[in-house]
Design a protein around this ligand. Sequence first.
Ligand code: MTE
Ligand code: MO
Length: 264
Amino acid sequence: MPPSRAAASQPRPRRRVAAGLDAKDHRTGLRNLERRLFLRSSLSLGAVALLSGCNLQDGDTVDKVLWAMSRWNDRVQAWLFDPARLAPTYTAADITNPFPFNAFYPIDDVPDVDPSDFRLQVSGRVESKRPWSLADLRTLPQTSQITRHVCIEGWSAIGEWGGVPFRTFLERIGADLTARYVGFKCADRYYTSLDMPTALHPQTQLTLDFGRAVLPAEYGFPLKLRVPTKLGFKNPKYIAEIFVTNDYPGGYWEDQGYNWFSGL
Ligand SMILES: Nc1nc2c(c(=O)[nH]1)N[C@H]1C(S)=C(S)[C@@H](COP(=O)(O)O)O[C@H]1N2
Ligand SMILES: [Mo]
């Protein structure tokens, strides 16, 4: 839940309020928030102040305004998203080797998932909630892509991923394709969610392979979602459950202030 809604019901102890900050500190905080949320937008915090009629002196107010702006930004980005526009593809010679690993913890802590008893859980607005084994997923049509993964932390890399077109999977489980969101829960407690048009995009892939081999542990074994039209953090690894919903599911980084849509 975005803090703008949570704020009414409960205190958020880890966030400092303006009263506890001197002017300089406060301004640095604002600048960080501004950078985080307006990275890909032409609006400045000053423009937000003018538009919202807020003087933006109070930390909590700033927080609420920025969260509201970010959700509004999501709607504009969703509206601008062209479901037919493809992300650039590359050749085998362009593949980055070694490919970077990233997670919210060190590489030694990656989940160790047993493939034999793995079952992908499916829930929410779908006709069939039958769990899927890896063998089941291998019976579906497979595709591959060589695309660029772009991480918000300032690096990008080209890789090859293979798996099931996610649209095919959603159709196979009888997902409500008019629902707003597809959510993902991962074995490492990571979570994220996509707008339905992005979930249905022709390059969005339920990934089983990296390069020409089975997806290695560091890159998300047994299952990740490859979304070349979005930033890296919208590409969940170690997927355990997929759900279809009309209730905004947020995400691990999204709930900490990263813009939810984060299209490329
Ligand atoms: N389950 C899970 N998925 C995740 C993450 C994570 O910490 N846990 N990190 C995200 C981020 S920020 C990036 S950049 C990519 C990194 O994927 P890679 O290790 O294949 O490069 O995974 C994304 N998906
Ligand atoms: Mo990332």
